[in-house]
Design a protein around this ligand. Structure first.
Ligand code: UD1
Ligand code: CA
Length: 452
């Protein structure tokens, strides 16, 4: 928004008791990212936009997540849970610095969009002291009701304090508010304890704005956008809404999915042009998929980069740190972890590749295992460009297979193999001798081994 500064305060001090989890509520994930990270992505950022997150005592993990998601986040601790208005005032020092607009948002509404914050700031520009985000609730039970008279917002009534007529109102408080930043502290400090409660209610700001002769208004949005997450059921519902959005965005960006409703994406998945994702694929956080790549059915991919025209699966698992070069192929029942596969590498069947670098064009036969763990630590395997690893081989790390080397089927390789060498350490001698001889002959005729 041109010229106006903002302070956004995210309330995240709740325990989230109803989640029945030892993890603070706002750290639970939707589409591979914490509830808090989703909210922090949507709130105003950039020059002139500061951010404060109010956290509970002993919630260092929430502070860490806030700073991971937004390096410029300041955190404030609310030592006692005395209600939403009390929580906002935990950040009073930040409010006192006097931004033009003060936005208050709950940390448990991950579906909120940046556009909504912009819409809420417009009435402030035109002189309103407070904008409240409202929505038409299918079932308003539990929400604060917005009391509007002659088009003006005059109060918010919490469910417990509402009359039967007020309970029939379906226009509800989403919890997001935008204050005139210069008046906010004065308004918030006037909020007293709610009737019969030991809590300070942020919604009471509306009545105070009226008493001060200022204007409060409502901006409406859809219920889907402001779903607050209190339970695991609501977490699962939010996941459905988010997945529907992500699938739609992927389709709009040109990704081909024949059964998008079976594909799970992460909020940060990036796609090139002409990507195809077959049914029943699960994509976790940190995945980039380049132009022309195909992910076949029933594959699971997390923190991996899939190169141009690469092919994955069906039934493949790419774990964190996997990087596939252009045209690389990962076939069925293959697992890769911390593995860099250069262009054109083929790992087509039943294989584990971990802590490994494979040079361009190498072919890894069915059932190959990089034995990266010796019971104590992890070790690295390096396979040179154009190497051929025969089926059912075990490469016992740390080990280096030279470029162009040929490993016979059923080998257990425990020592480095030089470039262009033939290596068979164990296995069926007759097969080995036959293949080794044939390969040598092909090599001398400067031919590549027959394709498997
Ligand atoms: C609140 C609103 C209600 C609105 C609804 C929308 C109040 C009193 N009521 O009710 O009008 O319709 O949200 O979902 O505001 N929090 C703190 N410290 C506190 C209390 C709460 O940080 O002392 C945080 C929570 O972590 C949460 C948010 O504030 O992120 C909202 O609190 P919650 O208890 O969920 O409010 P609701 O009862 O849902
Ligand atoms: Ca809530």
């Amino acid at each position: 928004m041109t010229g106006r500064t903002s302070l956004t305060i995210v309330l995240a001090a709740g325990e989230g008791t109803r989640m029945r989890s030892s993890m603070p509520k706002v750290l639970h994930p939707v589409a591979g990212q914490s509830l808090l990270a989703h909210v922090l992505r949507a709130v105003p950022h950039g020059a002139g936009a500061s951010l404060a997150v109010v956290i509970g005592p002993d919630h260092q993990a929430v502070a860490d997540e806030a700073r991971r998601a937004r390096g410029d986040a300041a955190t404030f601790v609310q030592h006692e849970r005395l209600g939403t208005a009390h929580a906002v005032l935990a950040a009073a020092d930040a409010i006192a610095r006097g931004a033009d607009d003060l936005l208050v948002v709950f940390g448990d509404t991950p579906l909120i969009s940046a556009d909504t914050f912009e819409r809420m700031r417009t009435p402030l520009k035109n002189g309103a002291a407070l904008t409240v985000l409202g929505f038409r609730a299918e079932d308003p039970a539990g929400y604060g009701r917005l009391i509007v008279e002659d088009g003006r917002l005059i109060a918010i009534r919490e469910e417990a304090d509402a009359s039967p007529e007020q309970k029939a109102i379906t226009l509800c408080n989403a919890g997001v508010m935008a204050f005139d930043g210069r008046r906010a502290l004065e308004i918030l400090e006037k909020i007293g304890k709610a009737r019969n409660k030991n809590e300070y209610y942020l919604p009471d700001a509306v009545a105070i704005v009226r008493e001060l002769g200022l204007t409060a208004t409502v901006i409406e949005t859809s219920e889907d956008e402001v779903r607050g997450i209190n339970t695991k059921t609501q977490l699962a519902e939010a996941e459905q809404v988010m997945q529907a959005r992500l699938r739609r965005a992927a389709l709009d960006a040109g990704v081909t999915m024949t059964a998008p409703e079976t594909v799970y994406l992460a909020a940060d998945t990036t796609f090139g042009n002409d990507v195809t994702i077959e049914p029943f694929v699960v994509i976790g956080p940190g995945v980039t998929i380049a132009d022309g790549a195909v992910i076949h059915a029933f594959s699971h991919v997390v923190q991996a980069s899939i190169g141009k025209n690469a092919s994955v699966g069906p039934y493949a698992r790419l774990r964190p740190g996997t990087s596939l070069g252009e045209g690389a192929r990962i076939g069925n029942f293959v697992e890769a972890k911390a593995a860099v596969l250069e262009a054109g590498v083929k790992v087509n069947h039943l294989t584990y590749i971990g802590d490994t670098h494979i040079g361009a064009g190498a072919n890894i036969g069915a059932g190959t295992i990089t034995c990266n763990y010796d019971g104590f630590g992890k070790h690295k395997t390096t396979i040179g460009a154009g190497a051929f690893v025969g089926s059912n081989s075990s490469l016992v790390a740390p080990v280096k297979i030279g470029s162009g080397a040929y490993i016979g089927s059923g080998s257990v390789i425990t020592r480095d193999v030089p470039d262009d060498a033939l290596a068979v350490e164990r296995g069926t001698q007759t097969t080995r001798d036959g293949w080794a001889a044939r390969y040598r002959e092909m090599k001398t005729r400067d031919k590549k081994p027959k394709k498997s």
